[in-house]
Design a protein around this ligand. Structure first.
Ligand code: PNS
Length: 164
């Protein structure tokens, strides 16, 4: 069984993430999408549980994909779940430096290899942080995230505006 791990912050999941997850699912028997707290991103919009819920909903059509969340080291999670590969999407050269560094660190720590998939060009501008920013100021993100995520963003920023 070849099990792949697709890790990320997914705060929130975008159409670009879904593109990478569904293409990974074509190449591996099983795919575990791991929602992980990125220690370099102090504040998050959605809790790990909320991100997991949204991911489960938008990947429910992919039978070999499951969602989990985790707060420690990625390679420990991979070992515990029998994942022998990590798969990440690359949008542009600017992603490469950091991704290469993480891939090499993870390889050094555990021997687990990272495979990169190039993002489909229509999603190369897309990031969770930009989606959050656009949604925060009332911009239309309906072409960038699934409807369930757009609704949650609307609700979350609506609550924040209400509390302001
Ligand atoms: O979507 P992101 O924020 O770019 O994903 C980065 C993530 C969460 C995959 C990375 O920060 C990570 O693996 N964090 C878990 C802690 C860990 O294992 N750190 C060492 C990475 S070499």
């Amino acid at each position: 069984m070849a099990t792949a791990l697709c890790p990320g912050s997914f705060d929130p999941v975008t159409n670009g993430h879904i593109d990478i997850i569904s293409r990974t699912a074509r190449h591996f028997d099983d795919v575990i999408v791991a929602v992980i707290r990125n220690p370099q991103k102090a504040q998050s919009l959605f809790t790990l549980e909320e991100r997991q819920e949204m991911l489960a909903e938008v990947t429910s059509h992919l039978p070999n994909v499951s969602i989990d969340f985790f707060t420690g080291l990625l390679v420990e999670f991979a070992k515990e779940h029998g994942a022998n590969s990590i798969v990440k999407g690359l949008r542009a050269v600017s992603d490469f430096d950091y991704e290469l560094q993480m891939a090499q660190m993870n390889q050094q720590l555990s021997g687990i290899d990272t495979f990169f998939i190039s993002t489909s060009p229509q999603y190369s501008f897309l990031s969770s942080s930009l989606v959050r920013e656009v949604a925060k100021f009332g911009g239309d993100v309906s072409s960038m995230v699934p409807p369930v995520v757009a609704k949650r963003l609307d609700e979350r920023f609506g609550e924040q505006r209400g509390n302001a």
